[in-house]
Design a protein around this ligand. Structure first.
Ligand code: AHG
Ligand code: MN
Ligand code: MN
Length: 329
């Protein structure tokens, strides 16, 4: 089918952009658009809380009086509440898979979509004022709306995503997403409370010079992983590792590079979660011309067997990920 992408100028609001591109969705009915708006709205609330977090932490660490005696909720729990509330109120989603909940959450049983979310990614970086993020995947449910949710609704492969993206709470806040027709990035203007198109039709350089990995785990990497990393160093690549997947991914998307969280001796499936970390970023990467792999196979083709399943993850510039795969073979 001929693509009906409508080019939008830089500065277009997210709302207008979503509306103008609505007809390119396979099941254009406005519901997916509303879902994206719900996610954007929740992200604005989380953004506000992220920006306050440092202040609250400073007060706490100085031992000053604690107001009200309430225990401060961790930001990742708060973010989970913000996103699940927005999705519940919106009514378009029937189920929510989240890093913060053992099992999936029932939302509106008449909703047509299933969401998977990492509400706060990089949470160890909150207290030290380093970039963090949110990651989301959107699937169409398989069962008829109004009937009980079945396993096939929940455990869908990444290549069934209808939309996915992330929010980066960085030096500016950005929302980057795809509906399978390329990738677009929006920057948040906090005084106006709006996201504006700032990065239209994003493309990942197919080759890059950045490698992002937690080298502290070197001793427990496999020999092929060590060999690949040695190759990166021998070729004077640049090592960059923030420790927030969204932020590391975003930088490499713009500049060209590879992010990897390989299997280790301790974690034979790596650390990252297939359903709410890897699939969304894999979809974005591929839509930007990049590649995502578990070291041997395409991430988007892995059939999930459980909600919190882990997978080794290699994502980024196409030729770099291909090279890492060749070392692993
Ligand atoms: P989360 O904060 O959602 O638990 O995710 C943390 C993840 C990811 O953001 C990051 O890339 C990775 O953990 C860092 O792990 P290491 O500290 O083991 O490098
Ligand atoms: Mn995470
Ligand atoms: Mn998280």
């Amino acid at each position: 089918m001929e693509e009906s992408r409508i080019a939008q100028p830089i500065g277009t609001t997210l709302d207008r952009f979503i509306k103008s591109n609505q007809d390119q969705f396979a099941f254009a009915s406005g519901e997916l658009s509303q879902l994206l708006r719900d996610i954007a709205l929740a992200s604005k609330v989380v953004n506000r809380e992220v920006n306050k977090a440092g202040l609250i932490d400073i007060m706490g660490s100085m031992g000053t009086a604690n107001m009200g005696g309430d225990q401060q909720q961790k930001l990742d729990v708060l973010a989970n509440i913000r996103f699940s509330r927005a999705l519940m109120k919106g009514g378009e989603a029937c189920a929510l898979i989240s890093e913060e909940s053992e099992s999936y959450l029932d939302l509106n049983n008449h909703g047509k979509y299933v969401i998977a979310i990492d509400p706060l990614d990089g949470s160890s970086n909150i207290d030290v004022n380093v970039s963090i993020g949110t990651i989301f995947s959107i699937y169409r449910r398989k069962s008829a709306p109004g009937t009980p949710i079945v396993q096939e609704d929940i455990l869908q492969r990444g290549d069934e995503q209808v939309a996915a993206g992330y929010i980066l709470y960085g030096s500016s806040t950005m929302l980057v997403y795809t509906t399978g027709h390329g990738v677009n990035g929006f920057t948040y203007e906090p005084t106006l409370g709006e996201y504006f198109l700032s990065h239209p039709d994003m493309k990942q350089p197919e080759e890059g010079k950045i490698f992002s990995v937690n080298e502290g785990a070197w001793n427990s990497f496999s020999q092929p992983v060590k060999d690949f990393l040695t190759h990166c160093k021998d070729n004077q690549y640049t090592g960059r590792y923030i420790g927030s997947l969204v932020a590391d991914f975003h930088r490499n998307l713009l500049k060209g590079g590879i992010y990897m969280y390989p299997a280790t001796a301790k974690d034979p499936n790596g650390k990252l979660r297939l359903m709410y970390e890897c699939n969304a970023l894999a979809f974005v990467a591929e839509q930007a011309g990049g590649k995502a792999s578990d070291g041997l196979c395409r991430i988007l083709e892995i059939q999930p067997e459980s909600l919190h399943q882990r997978t080794p993850f290699y994502v980024g510039s196409r030729l770099m990920v291909m090279k890492a795969e060749r070392y692993n073979q």
